[in-house]
Design a protein around this ligand. Sequence first.
Ligand SMILES: *Cc1c(COP(=O)(O)O)cnc(C)c1O
Length: 398
Amino acid sequence: MIPFSPPRIDEKIIAEVVDTLKSGWITTGPKTKLFEKKLAEYSGAKAVLCLNSATAGLELMLRWFGVGKGDEVIVPAYTYCATANVVIHCGAKPVMVDVDENTFNIKIDTLKKVISKRTKVIMPVDMGGFPCDYDAINEFVNAPAIKNLFTPNNPIQKELGRIMVLSDAAHSLGAVYKGRKTGSLCDVTVFSFHTVKNLTTAEGGAVALNLPENFDNQELYKFLCVASLHGQNKDALAKSTGNWKYDVITAGHKMNMTDIQASIGLVELERYDNDTLVKRKKIFDFYTHAFSNDKRFICPIYETKDIKSSYHVYLLRINNCTEEQRDEIIRRITSKGVAVNVHFQPLPLLSFYKNLGYKISDFPTAYKNYSCEISLPVFYDLTDEMMETVVNAVKESV
Ligand SMILES: *Cc1c(COP(=O)(O)O)cnc(C)c1O
């Protein structure tokens, strides 16, 4: 079976993890701090905080901004459940919008239709690794009419004075938009290092801070370190040298990354641009070369004049194909020994959101794209021969 996206675990990774295990320090410590510093340098963010998942990072930032009951957060209907679940955790309402047919990303004209004085945050998702149009999103939240509608209900919201743009960049570490990398394109960007993502730490995530000048991003980083570790004003490392007494300044969460995770991340980040992304682009190019001149298929967009994807998910679509036909095609592909996937089931199709009253008929493009979508295997150790097998399995099955 050709797997869908196994992690790249080689001797270098194993050696770095063993180094951490033997160092006597396995939880949040020097390697996590170093990984944070390197991620900030890499992404161009003002500060980066590593956590145990992207989900934790999204929720932490919604809570920092004071999002709660009575508030609305705009999310695309086409995403993984984490994007909307964190809004629910905070007691606020996810307001879903439909997506663009070509990019699978949030569109500005859909934002205009759902904006209200309760809107506190927009969470764009860079589907498959292709960044949203951040210039347009930033321009939108800064437009006088939209700013006037914004109704702050705490000092932080007042200080920002507008809707916060919180990017779910779980797919798009290293993607480039108009010469800048994700992490530096909007207020706050959250990356995922879950096992299937481009850069993994087994589980993990990071919050990249890039708030405007009237915020001290370094001070906020320090506060978030505390808020993500039970509100304790000293972490385990700081307490480890006899400096035992600490205070708790808020009922914080427990979301910290361990040095074991960070050691995997450090090796992965070192070779990310020159090795990982080069290989992933090669796989995307291979698939596009194989499918683009065959009318049965629609290939994903992953490069334009201004934008370069991080080549996370190859979102192949089958032309004129119903959901049932797509499911049958997947059964056939699987029987030929190739693991494929669907990214994603739009949220209104899932029981929890359906039961809250969200209707898939309100998101026709999300449904249309989902119905005919098949995500193909993309991972570092995928060989040319395996790619050929994938292409043949898909073409024969269709
Ligand atoms: C994977 C994923 C997440 C969640 O990441 P975790 O690190 O597993 O919390 C959030 N949003 C999207 C779009 C994802 O694909």
